[in-house]
Ligand binder design. Structure first.
Ligand code: SAM
Length: 223
């Protein structure tokens, strides 16, 4: 099913002003949020990246944290929602922000230039694009970048496979958590096993759990 980008933009424009409060409440969906963002910062620090491209940067929680701990890193945040971006710009005024649909790599591939030690990151945004789009985008990012050491770090909701998805869905129905059931049924939480087998054979994907359905994912070329 094609994703309605104008609807997505409207949804996030409406949520922008209260988004950071939702995170602070650490309610369902955000219960492991800060661990995920801190993991991203640690990965960037460990890999000594000098440039980070953030897909679906939202209100710039990661951008703000990165600016505080590593102000010399060049940061580019990409998001479809102008209202989310306006808040991000306030948190990280020295960064570059681009309003576009990150699925269209041709609109931002210029930032993937070759002279930098670059990483692409994405936090809690990848489940807004379907599995086919995820595979296409990841493969294409690595094809377009000539840097052998390019890294892609993702934190997002996902399942190890479809059986796990069905099991967790059943569990939520039994518990009467119909809002969570709806999320699982309507969002594009990745099936990590299928994602792994569909990626280009020169790409190495690894994942570790951040929470029950919250994952830390790393994609890189085989060395
Ligand atoms: C749940 S928020 C996560 C924001 C931020 N990364 C964070 O960790 O707080 C998802 C963000 O992804 C953006 N987004 C979703 N799909 C997008 C797309 N195809 N292109 C650009 N931005 C997108 C939304 O506008 C929203 O700001």
């Amino acid at each position: 099913m094609a994703i309605d980008t104008s609807k997505l933009c409207k949804t996030f424009n409406k949520w922008a002003e209260t988004y950071d409060d939702s995170i602070a409440m650490a309610d369902w969906g955000f219960d492991h949020y800060h661990d995920g963002i801190i993991w991203l910062c640690n990965q960037i620090h460990k890999s000594r990246c000098t440039k980070v491209i953030d897909l679906g940067c939202g209100t710039g929680v990661f951008a703000g944290m990165l600016q505080r701990i590593a102000p010399s890193i060049e940061y580019i945040g990409i998001d479809i929602s102008n209202k989310m971006l306006n808040i991000a710009k306030r948190k990280s005024p020295n960064s570059t922000f681009v309003q576009t649909d990150f699925r269209h790599l041709d609109r931002w591939k210029t930032y993937l230039d070759n002279e930098y030690n670059c990483a692409v990151v994405s936090s809690y945004s990848f489940h807004h694009i379907n599995d086919k789009e995820k595979i296409y985008l990841i493969n294409n990012i690595f094809t377009k970048s000539k840097r052998h050491d390019l890294l892609f770090f993702i934190v997002d909701y996902a399942f190890i496979n479809n059986s796990e998805r069905s099991l967790l869905l059943e569990e939520q129905i039994k518990l009467g958590n119909y809002h969570i059931k709806k999320e699982i049924e309507t969002e594009y939480y990745a099936d990590l096993s299928s994602l792994k087998s569909a990626l280009s054979k020169n790409l190495d994907i690894s994942f570790e759990r951040n929470g029950v359905w919250d994952w830390r994912i790393t994609v890189q070329r085989y060395q």
